[in-house]
Ligand binder design. Structure first.
Ligand code: GLP
Length: 247
């Protein structure tokens, strides 16, 4: 696991975007694993800027997103499909037919989960996966639990995640209680993983992720076992690491 310490959010976003820039240049038809949340917005903005400058071509890129709320369809402005369209897909030359988000409106979530796993396999797997991190260490929507979830599955969101995500909804009652998410096993199969985090709220969980025990109670700690995981954090998210090292 490699940790890159950045000055601030902008610096973190630029460094993460640079890894995706290289990935797309090295393999123009790569499969990108993409994430939602407030953290990746700056990374997507930077990629859009490079696209607009003529330095990036998404025409052959394929994408698979980590997760989606159950019950929301792509026209709902709180759905992750809507987020991806607004924050990246509508602004670059990616073919929308090549972009994939789990279907939160599928009738049968178990079948949807299997379809999504098979889809990722059929694309040849994920070349580079972008991740944010929840305050409780969740990645995608893999919440802390007694065992690592292996494949895409329906999840019951924890109260802490519902509260954290309520800021995007009109009221906390509007936050869906379940979601469909790639499993830790799905994420771990990605050839490269880039996790980004910023701000003081993420400092303790970043320390746990990088230096704590590998446990499903901190789902992101599984990344310690990944052969090519890069954690990109700003000064504030790095603070607990510094404090624990007495620096
Ligand atoms: C949601 C998403 C995660 C994301 C997390 C953190 O729960 N499912 O993929 O990492 O939020 O969001 P933020 O980046 O806004 O802190």
């Amino acid at each position: 696991m490699k940790i890159i310490r950045c000055k601030d959010y902008e610096d973190m976003s630029k460094k993460a975007a640079a890894l995706f820039f290289s990935q797309i240049h090295m393999k123009p038809d790569c499969v990108l694993g993409l994430a939602t949340g407030s953290t990746p917005v700056g990374t997507y903005k930077q990629l859009i800027e490079w696209y607009e400058a003529g330095d990036l071509d998404f025409s052959k890129v394929k994408s698979v997103n980590l997760d989606e709320y159950v019950g929301l369809d792509g026209t709902n402005d709180q759905s992750y499909r809507y987020f991806m369209n607004e924050n990246l897909f509508n602004h670059v030359n990616i073919d929308k037919a090549n972009t994939n988000v789990p279907n939160g409106k599928a009738g049968n979530m178990d079948e949807e989960a299997l379809r999504y796993e098979a889809l990722i396999e059929s694309l040849g797997g994920i070349d580079m996966q972008l991740l944010g991190i929840g305050n409780n260490g969740h990645i995608g929507f893999n919440e802390p639990s007694d065992a690592f979830d292996k494949i895409t599955h329906e999840v019951k969101l924890t109260d802490s995640t519902i509260q954290a995500n309520a800021r995007f909804f009109e009221s906390i009652d509007d936050v869906p209680k379940t979601a469909i998410s790639m499993g830790i096993g799905t994420i771990m199969k990605a050839k490269k993983i880039v996790l980004i985090a910023n701000g003081p709220k993420k400092a303790d969980i970043i320390y746990e992720t990088c230096f704590g025990p590998i446990t499903p109670h901190v789902p992101a700690s599984a990344l310690q076992m990944h052969p090519d995981a890069t954690i990109i954090v700003d000064e504030e998210a790095y603070a607990t690491i510094l404090a624990k090292r007495g620096e």
